[in-house]
Structure formats: C-alpha cells, structure tokens
Design a protein around this ligand. Sequence first.
Ligand SMILES: [Zn+2]
Ligand SMILES: [Zn+2]
Ligand SMILES: [Zn+2]
Length: 137
Amino acid sequence: MTSKMKPPPQVEREANFEWTDGRKAEEEWQSSTCISNNLRSNASRQTGEKPYTCPFCSYRTSRKALLEEHINTHTGDRPFSCPYCQYSSSHKSILKAHIRRHTGEKPYACARCPYRATQKSTLNSHMLTHKGKDPVA
Ligand SMILES: [Zn+2]
Ligand SMILES: [Zn+2]
Ligand SMILES: [Zn+2]
C-alpha cells in the first residue's frame, strides 16, 4: 500500500469531520436516490414497456394482442376474416382497411353539400369547387 497520493492523516480526519455529519451525508443520500431512480427507469424501459417478445424473431411489443397478431405473420394464421367476402388477414388493422372497401366508409363530410370523402385531402379539393360558385364568398 502506498500513501503517496493520500493527504496527511490529520487533514483527512478534519475534512471528514466537517463533511460527514451534515452536507456529505445529504449529498450521498441524494446521489444514491438519483442512481436508484435511473436504474428503475432503465429497468422499465427494458422489461416494463415491451414485455412481449416474439419467439420467432426479435420483435418486441408492449401489447399482447399486437404480439399475437405479429406471430400470425410467422405461423400463417389469418384469424381476422372479412364478413363481406372470403378475404382474411393476419392483422386486424389490415382487415379494417379492407372492410372499408365494402362499406364505403366516408368519414369526411362536406359542410355545404351532401358530398362525403374517404380522405381529408379529397374533401379539401372538393371544397375548392364551392369557392367562386358560392355568391356569399
Ligand atoms: Zn416475429
Ligand atoms: Zn372483403
Ligand atoms: Zn360540397
């Protein structure tokens, strides 16, 4: 053991005496809680937010339903079938988009006429046709 880098024992003891009782103890407490907070958030990032892992690939998700849908892409299962035709999909969202073709869902309605559009951009271009024609404008 070399004591080259160490200050003389007397000074060390004095310095410790000033710090240990008040400030140093408080700083140690703060830094230790800070570290444990960091550890906790890191742990939740690794395990808490995306606990569901695909057994076939490195896919991770936070929701069990999403993992089940994802696994279908590996197994070839297509549990989401269209009520209007023979079409079936491994993803619920894909089936939803498919069903729109049958129902003709048009969520964007024109405020000035009965026109409805499937996309907002389509409605916007339709709204342009009202300009000029409308005497109020
Ligand atoms: Zn996978
Ligand atoms: Zn269909
Ligand atoms: Zn219109």
